[in-house]
Design a protein around this ligand. Structure first.
Ligand SMILES: [Zn+2]
Length: 61
């Protein structure tokens, strides 16, 4: 599974995180993106470790 692929926490449909984030910047970046299917807002958390590993989580706002 691609790192940008996520599952909508509202409708369960697969989706993609397309918002801008800096994967070379260690730390947590949080932004809101609307689901392309049900239009409800995801809270997207992008976490980049000091080693440059990327993890993405989406939650209901
Ligand atoms: Zn949805």
């Amino acid at each position: 599974m691609d790192a940008d692929s996520v599952e909508c926490p509202f409708c369960g449909e697969p989706g993609e995180v397309y918002a801008d984030y800096d994967e070379s910047l260690p730390g947590e970046q949080i932004f809101v993106q609307d689901c392309a299917v049900c239009c409800r807002p995801w809270t997207v958390r992008v976490h980049v470790t000091a080693e440059g590993e990327l993890s993405i989580a989406v939650d209901r706002s």
